[in-house]
Design a protein around this ligand. Structure first.
Ligand code: SF4
Ligand code: SF4
Ligand code: SF4
Length: 177
């Protein structure tokens, strides 16, 4: 499996987002391109991706397109939203977005108590990809090459030290070039 960085051409360090990047939404997996979400989803009457998700993390944003929230749960990459979408926006054929979301996660060095001498591994347990690396029992960081962006760590952090932001899905840049 290729690096997550290979999937998203617009990767930059998280604190240097452009204005355009800061407006991007986290999309359900299996999407082909950001432009397809924008062109097809607002007129989709069923919004069947929302009801298909057992984790209940898909919501419809103000522009009528689906986005994910990690406030309670994360994505299990269960395929159900792709199976439910009849408009071709989500498809199991989009292998590049079938195992990762268009997100980059970070742990705040200021807010994370394990960076300040307190033993805490609340975020590590739900991470089945073993993407949160500890230095002994302290100083956790997220390994971008292992992190799928599933979001399950976020709600587990007692100090809300984990945050994320979205990146544009690669295929859009192909379309624009
Ligand atoms: S079911 Fe498909 S087309 Fe409809 S809102 Fe969800 S992703 Fe968009
Ligand atoms: S893959 Fe499954 S858990 Fe993830 S957003 Fe789609 S329906 Fe929800
Ligand atoms: S660090 Fe682990 S739990 Fe958190 S988003 Fe990445 S893969 Fe998911």
């Amino acid at each position: 499996m290729a690096s997550r960085r290979d999937f998203f051409k617009s990767f930059t360090q998280p604190l240097s987002r452009t204005k355009e990047e800061s407006l991007l939404l986290v999309r359900p997996p299996y999407g082909e391109s950001e432009s397809l979400f924008q062109s097809k989803c607002p007129s989709c009457e069923s919004k069947s991706c929302v009801t298909s998700c057992d984790e209940k993390i898909i919501f419809i944003s103000d522009d009528g397109t689906p986005t994910l929230s990690f406030k309670v749960n994360g994505c299990t990459f269960c395929d159900e939203c792709a199976n439910a979408c009849n408009e071709g926006v989500l498809s199991l054929e989009n292998s590049e977005t079938s195992e990762t979301l268009n997100t980059i996660f970070r742990i705040s060095l200021e807010s994370c108590v394990a960076h300040h001498g307190v033993i805490c591994s609340s975020c590590k347990e739900p991470c089945i990809d073993n993407a949160i690396l500890f230095n002994g029992m302290f100083a956790p960081v997220i390994d971008d090459d292992k992190c799928t962006g599933c979001g399950f760590c976020m709600a587990r952090c007692p100090t809300q030290a984990i945050s994320y932001h979205a990146f544009k899905i690669e295929n859009d840049e192909k379309e624009e070039s």
